[in-house]
Design a protein around this ligand. Structure first.
Ligand code: NAD
Length: 331
């Protein structure tokens, strides 16, 4: 019998899931990827990749068969533009995906289960100022997430904790704070702020029109974490003995205007901001990483400048190719 640990990554056709498959393959795991679509920008590294809709119980059972660990990343999600205007669909789809995947994993005797929650679970009343106090894990209650996306994440966290208490399956819960990087959605409406800024700056650079649109006054704040740090954190967490939810992100808070400036510096251009109406989410949000440091003995290491420079380079190449702007990117 093989002693190679077998893992399932759900959402393996998506941004973080695709990176996670590569990361786990490099560490020597046997990996099954499951999604409703293949990865968009390069082939999967998974040993097996199945197209399965996890909203269906039978598919969740098939997906979780014969694996030791599950990394549950599948979700119907996107940036603020998407999650602030599709509440019913998101609540419906993500509830079904998570209830089925979690219970199917238990049924199939999975040993460890990592669930990817979000900073969107934190109550709106703690995030009304741009200069916000960083959010500690216990700030989640009394609960008042801003969107259905956050409510669903919160209830699935509770599912995971009860499953861990009552069944022989260890569950771990990471609350991601704005993960970004190469090979992520960069246009089409589901992209998040860092990718959207990279696309807009690349268009400004290649078209020669320096105007870049920013939703709102751009003074809303967030922290942003590069995907490579996120993978390291997930991996450390699944092997930790920490059962409660934990923040996983950077604790350096910047305004959206500052985010844009860092991208413009990476592109080496001057931009002119044009503030327009648009969904902004909560006014301010930052991660308190005290518990992360304590539990994992580690915290994200890639600077925002470094992460955005890498991401910008990749998105500029896509903009050149897709929009037919500028010369093709040098190989
Ligand atoms: P993503 O949208 O790129 O990946 C999610 C994947 O789930 C997609 O490929 C999608 O096709 C798949 N999926 C959707 N419905 C499905 C279904 N019914 N059956 C099977 N697969 C389905 O998103 P991501 O940024 O890679 O996020 C991964 C996880 O991390 C998600 O659970 C997300 O909620 C969570 N998260 C991400 C961030 C972030 O900043 N990227 C922040 C907080 C939480």
């Amino acid at each position: 019998m093989s002693d190679v640990t077998k893992v399932l990554v759900t959402g393996a056709g998506g941004f973080i899931g695709h990176h996670l498959v590569k990361f786990l393959k490099e560490k020597g795991y046997w990996v099954r990827g499951v999604d409703i679509k293949h990865p968009e920008f390069e082939d999967t590294a998974a040993d097996e990749f199945e197209i399965l809709d996890l909203r269906r119980w039978g598919n969740a059972l098939q997906a979780t068969r014969g694996v030791d660990h599950v990394y549950a990343l599948a979700a119907d999600m996107g940036g603020m533009g998407f999650i602030s205007s599709n509440h019913a669909t998101i609540l419906h789809n993500n509830s079904l995906i998570n209830i089925h995947t979690l219970d199917a994993a238990r049924t199939n005797g999975v040993k460890r289960y990592l669930y990817t929650s979000s900073a969107c679970i934190y109550p709106e009343y703690k995030q009304t100022e741009a200069d916000v106090v960083p959010l500690k894990e216990e700030d989640a209650y009394p609960a008042a997430p801003q969107d259905a996306y956050g409510w669903e994440k919160l209830i699935t966290e509770i599912f995971c904790q009860y499953y861990s208490d009552e069944y022989p399956m260890e569950t771990r819960i990471a609350r991601f704070h704005n993960i970004f990087g190469e090979l992520g959605t960069w246009d089409g409406g589901r992209e998040k702020a860092p990718a959207a800024m990279c696309r807009k700056v690349a268009i400004a650079k290649l078209s020669g029109n320096p105007e870049v649109e920013v939703w709102g006054d751009g003074l809303q704040t967030r922290s942003f974490c590069h995907v490579d740090d996120c993978l390291e954190g997930i991996y450390r967490l699944i092997y930790s003995d920490h059962k409660e939810p934990i923040n996983l992100g950077q604790d350096r808070m910047v305004t959206i205007n500052e985010l844009l400036q860092i991208v413009a510096d990476a592109a080496d251009i001057e931009v002119v901001r044009k503030h327009i109406d648009g969904p902004q989410g909560v006014r301010g949000r930052n991660s308190d990483n005290t518990k992360l440091r304590e539990v994992l003995g580690w915290e994200p290491e890639i600077s925002l400048e470094e992460g955005l420079a890498r991401t910008y380079k990749w998105i500029e190449g896509n903009v050149r190719e897709t929009y037919g702007l500028g010369e093709p990117a040098p190989a």
